[in-house]
Write a protein that binds this ligand. Structure first.
Ligand code: S3P
Length: 456
């Protein structure tokens, strides 16, 4: 988290609360916000962005782009204005690029720097410094960039970009939109065609937005060894045209409210303006499979993305076996899905989730530990959790009769903190979270909005 490392942890008890009602509007999509700033910074002229997520992760991207020559400012009308340097125009930054907690900023910016003739040092907080960067170092090295990374291919690392860089065709070894995007962004300033083969579809905001900015990008679907695969090709040395962008609400943030409203009796909540790109909307689908009541109202398009208001009502949830094929479309939503599972009737089985171990924390272990501490029955396996739900009864919570209370450890992971806040709402005695500071990375007004919806 990019909060001052010297600042103290902010523990907080999330108490049982009444039904969630009324209307809430979650902040802008984090993935789209990062990309709006990056592509705006590479266009010539002024890009205007409304609805940008003003969370620490996105602000880290803005600061890094400013350090490389882009002008980025928020005006009084709340819109962000970006004057770009043009593809190929990034400047040598003076100091290290401080990425805070943000894997997306780091991996996508590494892609951008890799094909510019500049050198950049990337640093991050304790969480980010433990995350694997080898997955982007590998393809970007093939394109000609040089790296000096910390042991295990981690931050801090130094990247010397290659200009000219060499176009490659790269088959993704892991389902990762960040790796896909890093290669495509490096390809923007590389003569020729750079291709990424994606055996499993992941979020496609980079593809949609690059096209919107005028890049020539082809997507071909073909039969591959593991089924249908996508081949995404970017034509290099592109000229990007500035855009007017409206960022839709983040489905990953809406997920906390959708689960909270599903599990707190009497809830009937409208979550406005939620992005429903099919590569992101898996959680809502799984909630429905569990018997949840998630209705889409006024489906429309915002900023080239499908959007709707979601009406979510309390419902008796039933455990399910989650199809691993849906995982990439809800990769960030498993922590909160585990909370829904802990309150459902019967068993929920998840598998194929090895990637969760390399997110902001090891989310399988972190959530297994956290839910057990709150009184849930959880079995941790190598690639997923098996959770026996309470059948709708509240979880006991972290309070003990003896008065000494165990704290949930968030491991600098915003989604662990918010998921366990939701568990607290549906508990008997509340859930004590050790540190709420990480929430500001993606959802600065989470607590206020939750208090507004839950009437307290
Ligand atoms: C993101 C991709 C995902 C996701 C992250 C945002 C993106 O990461 O977990 O929060 O904006 O491209 P991976 O690509 O590592 O799966």
């Amino acid at each position: 988290m990019s909060a001052d490392p010297a600042s103290k942890p902010q523990p907080r008890r999330f108490r049982p609360a009444g039904p969630l009602t009324g209307r809430v509007r979650v902040p802008g999509d984090k993935s789209i916000s990062h990309r709006s700033l990056m592509f705006g910074a590479l266009a010539v002229g002024e890009t205007r962005v409304t609805g940008l997520l003003e969370g620490e992760d996105v602000l880290a991207t803005a600061a890094a782009l400013r350090a490389m020559g882009a002008s980025i400012e928020r005006r009084d009308d709340g819109a962000w204005h970006i004057n770009g340097v043009g593809v190929g125009g990034l400047l040598q930054p003076d100091g290290a690029l401080a990425m805070g907690n943000s894997g997306t900023s780091t991996r996508l910016l590494m892609g951008l720097v890799a094909s510019h003739g500049i050198c950049a040092v990337f640093t991050g907080d304790a969480s980010l410094s433990g995350r694997p960067m080898g997955r982007v170092i590998e393809p970007l090295s093939q394109m000609g960039a040089a790296f000096e990374a910390s042991p295990g291919g981690t931050l801090p690392l130094m990247l010397r970009g290659a200009h000219p860089a060499v176009p490659i065709e790269y088959r993704l070894p892991v389902a990762s939109a960040q790796v896909k995007s890093a290669v495509l962004l490096a390809g923007l300033n590389t003569a020729g065609i750079t291709g990424v083969i994606e055996p499993v579809p992941t979020r496609d905001h980079t593809e949609r937005m690059l096209r919107g900015f005028g890049a020539k990008l082809d997507v071909e679907e073909r039969d591959g060894a593991e089924g249908m695969e996508r081949v995404i090709s970017i034509h290099g040395e592109a000229d990007l045209q500035p855009q007017d962008i409206t960022v839709p609400g983040d489905p990953s943030s809406a997920a906390f409210f959708a689960v909270a409203a599903s599990v707190v009796p009497g809830s009937d909540l409208i979550i406005e303006n939620v992005g429903l790109n099919p590569t992101r909307a898996g959680l809502f689908e799984v909630l429905r499979q569990m018997g949840g009541s998630v209705e889409e109202l006024d489906r429309r398009e915002v900023g080239g993305e499908p959007v709707a208001d979601l009406r979510v009502r309390h419902a008796a949830l039933t455990g399910v076996e989650v199809d691993p094929a849906i995982a990439p479309a809800m990769i960030d939503e498993f922590p909160v899905l585990f909370v829904a599972a802990a309150l459902a009737q019967g068993t929920t089985v998840t598998r194929g989730l090895e990637e969760l171990r390399v997110k902001e924390s090891d989310r399988l272990t972190a959530m297994a530990d956290a839910l057990r501490l709150a009184g849930a029955q959880v079995e941790e396996r190598d690639d997923g959790l098996v959770i026996e739900g309470t059948g709708g009864d509240p979880l006991p919570g972290t309070s003990t009769a003896a008065g000494r209370e165990a704290e949930i450890t968030t491991h600098l992971d915003h989604r662990i903190a918010m998921s366990m806040a939701v568990a607290g709402l549906a508990s008997r005695k509340g859930v004590l979270v050790d540190d709420t500071r990480p929430i500001a990375t993606s959802f600065p007004n989470f607590s206020d909005l939750m208090a507004q919806a839950a009437g307290g």
